[in-house]
Design a binder for this molecule. Structure first.
Ligand SMILES: Cc1cc2nc3c(=O)[nH]c(=O)nc-3n(C[C@H](O)[C@H](O)[C@H](O)COP(=O)(O)OP(=O)(O)OC[C@H]3O[C@@H](n4cnc5c(N)ncnc54)[C@H](O)[C@@H]3O)c2cc1C
Length: 422
């Protein structure tokens, strides 16, 4: 296995390891999964050290959705109301423009929850909020500009990590190391885990358009199909967030066509944006998401667990990546708090986390895969030509069935709750 090991003489160096760098749980990556795990464990009195490579949480757009499942978990720990004090918008479901008129298959308002909507809040604000809460606990340590580059392994057991900061290399020793470092996970690579990849047939360009006087606000995601693209339009209060979905591998061709052709291709699907697209002058206003989906067959080894995108990258269909990373964190908290307090985390404990999470992830990935094929088929038609199959229209009219997709999107296959500490 390609695991880097720190020589003993380096570990003994006082500049590299100080007692403050010993912890129960070392979490690599301050995204939604890692941050939530750190906060939940800290609340339960576990010593955690969270290492984040960047100097702040403000970086490229990576999705701003906070699903009902996350809001319920935050409610369980008394933070939902405080989060709602921050500027946000809400969406109650998608509406697609089709040849037969608009089609609104999902309505979260019918769900039995205090939070029947997806909250849209900049991810940086969400992470800042969780970090601020975490810092209220003396056993919560957050190290920014801490880029993990090596695992510490002894006798077949991962015992921590080495990270590089502005002042050189440091080491953190831990009973458990959690790789929550996202889709390009260094921890996963160092541990020698190889994810099984699927190839979604699409890529996405994300960009913003201004809200102009006269624009009506919308509490639904608007979807329009046509000529090789699908536009997903989110109302962010002071601007529109646009996801421009197109068949995989065509980005260079899109760029070669020039920004004018790109703007035209947007207004062909959404004519109301004719004025708005004038604000799009450079390609660097767009952020490319090369869509992929994968899943590690095994998420753990002695002393190490992967969660979130590091263990399974979700396709963006339904925007569930953040939700699933947070749910992993909740399950890990439920299962691992006690072993961490007892000072012994067995492989069986780590296995239990994967077992509880793997099935829901497989089910949703399979559904996403089927939906992607349909979406791309719809996008390849002429604007306004896409028709919703009659079977789907019937499905969404049957009261017992119509809310299943909304429930799956909001909560996943199984509602994940924070369990009382055993
Ligand atoms: C363009 C784009 C749009 C998206 N839109 C949505 C959406 O609308 N809704 C949704 O639910 N999901 C969306 N996603 C997916 C979503 O961002 C992820 O599923 C989610 O963030 C996963 O959370 P995570 O905590 O597992 O990992 P990440 O959020 O990826 O966090 C990983 C963290 O680890 C840090 N890190 C990486 N390497 C190291 C290292 N060596 N040492 C220390 N730290 C490290 C990173 O800086 C990062 O902060 C989108 C993704 C992209 C790229």
């Amino acid at each position: 296995m390609a695991t880097a090991t720190i020589p003993d003489e380096k570990l003994a160096h006082p500049d590299l390891i100080d007692p403050a760098q010993e912890t129960s749980c070392c979490i690599v990556g301050g995204g939604p999964g890692g941050m939530m795990l750190a906060l939940l464990l800290a609340r339960r009195g576990v010593r955690v050290t969270l290492l984040e490579a960047h100097k702040d949480f403000n970086r490229d757009f990576r999705g701003d959705t906070v699903h009902p499942a996350i809001l319920e978990i935050l409610d369980q720990i008394g933070l939902a109301d405080a989060l709602h004090q921050l500027p946000h918008t809400k969406i109650y479901g998608p509406t697609f423009q089709t040849a037969d008129g608009s089609f609104s298959p999902i309505d979260f308002r019918r769900l039995k929850t205090r939070f029947p909507y997806i909250m849209l809040i900049p991810q940086t604000k969400f992470l800042d909020f969780l970090a601020r809460e975490g810092k209220k606990y003396p056993n919560f340590r957050l190290r920014m500009v801490a880029n993990v580059g090596e695992l510490i392994e002894e006798h077949g057991q991962v015992c921590g990590v080495r990270y590089q900061s502005t002042d050189g290399w440091h080491a953190v020793r831990a009973l458990l190391t959690v790789g929550a470092d996202g889709r390009f996970s260094k921890v996963r690579q160092l541990a020698g885990f190889e994810p099984i990849k699927t190839s979604p047939p699409m890529d996405i360009l994300w960009f913003e358009l201004p809200h102009l006087p006269g624009d009506e606000h919308s509490e639904r995601v608007m979807g329009g199909f046509g000529k090789g693209r699908l536009l997903a339009v989110f109302d962010r209060g002071d601007h529109w967030q646009i996801g421009y979905v197109f068949p995989k591998g065509q980005y260079q061709r899109l760029r070669a066509g020039g920004i004018d052709a790109f703007r035209k291709s947007i207004t062909e699907v959404e004519p109301r944006f004719t004025k708005h697209v004038e604000s799009l002058g450079e390609w660097n206003q767009c952020s490319l998401l090369s869509v992929e989906a994968n899943r590690c067959p095994v998420w753990y080894k002695p002393g190490l667990l992967l969660i979130g995108d590091a263990a399974h990258v979700m396709s963006p269909v339904g925007g569930v990546g953040i939700n699933y990373a947070v749910q992993d964190a909740v399950v890990a908290t439920n299962v691992l708090t006690r072993p961490l307090h007892q000072g012994k985390v067995r492989v069986e404990d780590l296995q239990k986390v994967q077992r509880q999470r793997e099935f829901p992830i497989r089910v949703v990935q399979a559904m996403q895969s089927a939906m992607q094929t349909r979406m791309i088929a719809g996008a390849l038609q002429a604007p306004g030509a896409f028709k919703v199959p009659w079977q789907m229209r019937v499905f969404f009219k049957i009261p017992l069935l119509r809310d299943i997709p909304a429930r799956l999107m909001a909560f996943g296959v199984k509602r994940v709750r924070l369990q009382p500490e055993a």
